[in-house]
Design a protein around this ligand. Structure first.
Ligand code: PMV
Length: 313
């Protein structure tokens, strides 16, 4: 083809960050409004990449971009197109390192764009397997949650090593996502939890309770007691605090949201920075709380109606 486009989107972890690493279930939502788009165009010579981090030849990508470089080389080798010239432009509205899945979304969009460009069929399993090439490089030992959500249009139930399942949402609630502006530190947080499990007797029960909360949330998402859903969100935030992966900025925003009518609030993603999510039952309250959070340090907020999650495309 002369040109091809691949897209993906942001994600949030509703339940299960950290506990998912230890076999507990997680619930993740795709956020389709926040997109990453990759456009590949035919060009006479060269293999050129343009993104917010880099503008130049594929062979000259800096070390921070090695995961992407590895992914592109893997795709080109698989498709027997190592020497085909192309020009790639990566544009992303997903803030980096905030637990919103920006690296997995970039990987998914790149894979889709290349397979489209070379008119090669792509199965969902192959898409996730390839996304794992860069995710493994960037994150060490990822659970696969990010890539699974970046590749899904609907909310998913995820257990490490198993096929993600779509889950129905029957909730009129609204989710506020608030970015603290502080880089999340997923790698460090994952290491910290591992250490806690060896040293802190409260850590293992916290992981198990996080799993139990995810199971309860799945039922509540399908049949609707919003205040109860909010309460187990806040409880999960406390469990994540016990594991030592929160941050004062996240705790401050959570406290503010809860004292102004949010039904629940918790950190989302790896933690130690990144984003907070809070739940409300009306869009008016969601707007009010989102602007309050912005006045108190959040650098950006988004509002997502849960009911719309089932019908995204
Ligand atoms: O920070 P994020 O959104 O990449 O999420 C990390 C989720 C963890 O459970 C902490 C790690 C993992 O590999 O699942």
């Amino acid at each position: 083809l002369k040109s091809a486009t691949g897209q993906s989107h942001a994600k949030i972890i509703f339940w299960g960050e950290h506990s998912v690493v230890y076999g507990q279930p997680a619930i993740c939502f795709p956020i389709s409004e926040i997109k990453t788009t990759v456009v590949i165009e035919q060009t006479p010579t060269g293999q050129h990449i343009q993104s917010r981090y880099f503008n130049g030849s594929l062979t000259q990508m800096p070390e921070s971009q090695t995961g992407i470089q590895l992914l592109i080389n893997t795709i080109l080798t698989l498709l027997d197109e190592e020497h085909t010239p192309f020009q790639m432009k990566i544009s992303s509205a997903i803030p980096a390192e905030r637990g919103m899945g920006s690296s997995a979304a970039t990987a998914i969009a790149i894979i889709r764009a290349f397979y489209h460009f070379f008119q090669h069929p792509l199965t969902h399993a192959e898409l996730l397997r390839l996304a794992d090439v860069s995710e493994q490089y960037i994150h060490g030992n990822p659970s696969g949650l990010d890539a699974a959500t970046a590749g899904s249009r609907v909310p998913i139930w995820f257990i490490r090593g198993r096929r993600p399942q779509a889950i129905p949402i029957n909730q009129k609630a609204y989710l506020i996502i608030a970015d603290t502006g502080i880089m999340g530190q997923t790698g460090l947080a994952v290491q910290h939890v591992k250490k806690q499990l060896a040293e802190n007797p409260q850590a293992q029960p916290a992981i198990e309770k996080l799993g139990a909360n995810a199971k309860a949330a799945r039922t509540l998402l399908a049949d609707g007691n919003t205040p109860k859903l909010g309460a187990i969100m806040t409880n999960s935030h406390h469990l994540l605090q016990t594991l030592g992966v929160s941050h004062p900025a996240l705790d401050k925003l959570a406290g503010l949201a809860l004292s102004h009518g949010a039904l629940g609030a918790k950190l989302t993603g790896g933690g130690m920075g990144g984003c907070l999510i809070a739940l409300t039952d009306t869009s008016e309250k969601a707007k009010k709380i989102a602007s309050l959070l912005e006045q108190n340090g959040a650098v950006q907020t988004w509002i997502e109606p849960l009911a719309r999650m089932n019908h995204k495309g």
